[in-house]
Design a protein around this ligand. Structure first.
Ligand code: FE2
Ligand code: FE2
Ligand code: FE2
Length: 184
């Protein structure tokens, strides 16, 4: 279904750009983490990268009838210094999404009665809250020079819900069955 409101469409394009870059940045930072001797933090980056892919895909799909260009500006796109700083970049990005970006985008979609966009923003917002916490826990360990000790990471392919370990039967955010989750 085509979107009726330009403001929501602009927010979807912006969110698509931001999620796409977060996906790539986390894959790259994940490789650095592994190379620097933090394989579990590397695995966390890669699992969360998959969640950001799911978010980008959802935004793309809501926009798929709006054929055209878009330019993207996003913060914290480049740079690798060390694992603690990379994790701070990740935390800052996630918290920006949780505190500012997705609440505003979500309220706008709701106000403009864009149901598909509302769902895509809601899914992302819920996952980013978890990501901020996971990256914060990882950074606390990395500051001590230690890797995190974590079980398998499971990520919902529909909404990006992310959890450590085998705790749920189905996704608490979107309801998809656990056997659809991707494990890292
Ligand atoms: Fe995301
Ligand atoms: Fe995230
Ligand atoms: Fe889900």
């Amino acid at each position: 279904m085509a979107l009726n409101n330009a403001m929501t469409a602009d927010f979807l394009r912006s969110a698509y750009g931001g999620e796409s870059m977060a996906h790539m940045r986390y894959l790259i930072w994940g490789e650095y983490a592994e190379k620097d001797g933090f394989p579990n933090i590397g695995r966390l980056f890669k699992g969360v990268a998959y969640a950001e892919w799911a978010h980008a895909k959802n935004h793309f799909n809501v926009l798929k009838e709006q054929v055209g260009d878009s330019s993207v500006a996003a913060g914290a796109v480049f740079g690798h210094t060390n694992i603690v700083d990379n994790l701070q970049g990740a935390i800052n990005g996630e918290l920006h999404e949780v505190d500012q970006m997705y609440p505003v985008y979500l309220e706008t979609a709701r106000f403009q009665n864009e149901k598909d966009a509302e769902k895509a923003f809601h899914y992302a917002l819920e996952a980013e809250k978890i990501h901020a916490k996971l990256f914060q826990d990882a950074q606390d360990k990395a500051k001590e020079g230690k890797d995190i000790e974590i079980d398998t990471i499971y990520v919902c392919p529909v909404c990006g819900y992310t959890e450590i370990g085998d705790n749920v039967e189905k996704c608490p955010v979107c309801g998809v069955k656990k056997d659809m989750f991707k494990a890292f």
